[in-house]
Design a protein around this ligand. Structure first.
Ligand code: FES
Length: 109
């Protein structure tokens, strides 16, 4: 994940905006990151990421191995599984990705 990638798809908030909010407003607890445009108050998908960014405090400390498209697909899976409901105005979910060959059922002979 890069600084300009979206972290909160419900409220269109980038990772850069989150870190700027942390730097400028110095929240005392992770839940105060919701003051940054409502981050984390929609479907809830981004909350673990917000907590991690809060703990790390600065963008250079983050180690996001996840790509932006993987992040978006995983959020879509979270929503489709009924674990959260996107906020009104949230970015629409991407189309479902076709199952990979490793996901295909194997037939025993
Ligand atoms: S992606 Fe942040 S609350 Fe839904």
């Amino acid at each position: 994940m890069e600084l300009d990638d979206t972290i909160c798809y419900c409220f269109h908030i980038s990772k850069r905006k989150i870190f700027n909010h942390i730097r400028v407003h110095k929240p005392r607890v992770p839940s105060q990151l919701s003051d940054c445009g409502g981050a984390g108050t929609g479907c809830g998908w981004c909350v673990p990421f917000l907590k991690r960014y809060f703990a790390e405090g600065q963008p250079g400390a983050t180690t996001d191995a996840l790509s932006a498209s993987d992040y978006e697909q995983q959020r879509a899976g979270y929503i489709r599984a009924g674990k959260g409901r996107p906020a009104a105005g949230a970015k629409p979910l991407p189309p479902e990705s076709p199952p990979s060959s490793s996901d295909a059922p194997t037939k025993e002979i």
